[in-house]
Design a protein around this ligand. Structure first.
Ligand code: ZN
Length: 244
């Protein structure tokens, strides 16, 4: 096989490896995305939980205070019945008015607290349901990803092996150049030329160079992007793509 043909084969294999790698990397990226969503939800709910218990604690202590006030109120009422001194009677009456007002205020606060707790608990419930869905999604995606990766890994291995075999039969400097171009030029080291134009950089080849390319199957480079070039319409390349 001519060297340029081997280079074309190597490029085709390289492109296929890149395509498969892209597929393999896309799945973990999706998983990362869901993982991020899960941590945001967990952060949210972990903030809500202590807020809810604080409000519940406050509500319990409110009920306690209301209980104490109620006892005092009832005791005062008993005493009012027995008091004969008018000033004392008025003072105690006033005290019970205060107590009654305090009880109302505390009860008001208690209602507000319960409403807030209810709202936050509903929010927490929503978050927990969302979390459950996301975690299930994550598990499914991981399963699909593992399966897909397990399927694709042998393909990659096979392609790498074929690449190495081809490379072993090639002059070292050509392979060095090929690898350099792959690295530097967006994973494309070998470009086809059609109608005298390089398909990678879209520059027109000098007519003499293009004639040389058509006539002679030697290793040539695009004068503009320096990639190896080959004339795609040559019958030798007809079956190249189907090889993969
Ligand atoms: Zn070019």
């Amino acid at each position: 096989m001519k060297e340029i043909q081997t280079l074309v084969r190597l490029q085709n294999i390289e492109t296929e490896i890149q395509r498969i790698n892209k597929q393999m990397n896309a799945l973990p990226a999706e998983i990362d995305e869901i993982n991020d969503e899960v941590s945001i939800i967990e952060k949210h709910s972990s903030r809500l939980e202590p807020e809810i218990s604080l409000k519940k604690e406050r509500h319990t202590s409110l009920e306690h205070e209301i209980g104490e006030f109620t006892v005092l109120f009832t005791r005062n009422k008993e005493r009012l019945r027995k008091i004969e001194n008018n000033r004392e009677f008025q003072a105690l009456l006033k005290e019970n008015e205060h107590i009654s007002k305090s009880i109302s205020e505390l009860e008001e606060e208690g209602i507000t607290l319960l409403e807030e707790v209810e709202k936050k608990e509903a929010k927490l419930n929503d978050l927990n349901s969302e979390l459950k869905i996301k975690k299930k999604e994550l598990k499914d995606k991981k399963k699909v990803s593992d399966k897909k990766i397990a399927e694709l890994e042998p393909d990659i291995k096979d392609l790498e092996q074929r690449k190495n075999e081809l490379m072993n039969d090639m002059p070292k400097d050509l392979i060095r150049n090929f690898n350099f171009l792959i690295k530097k030029l967006n994973k494309l080291a070998v470009a086809s030329v059609s109608d005298g134009v390089c398909d990678a950089c879209h520059m027109t080849l000098p007519p003499q160079k293009f004639n040389e390319l058509i006539g002679d199957q030697k290793v040539m480079s695009c004068p503009s992007c320096h990639r190896f070039i080959y004339w795609e319409d040559h019958e030798d390349y007809n079956d190249f793509k189907e090889e993969l």
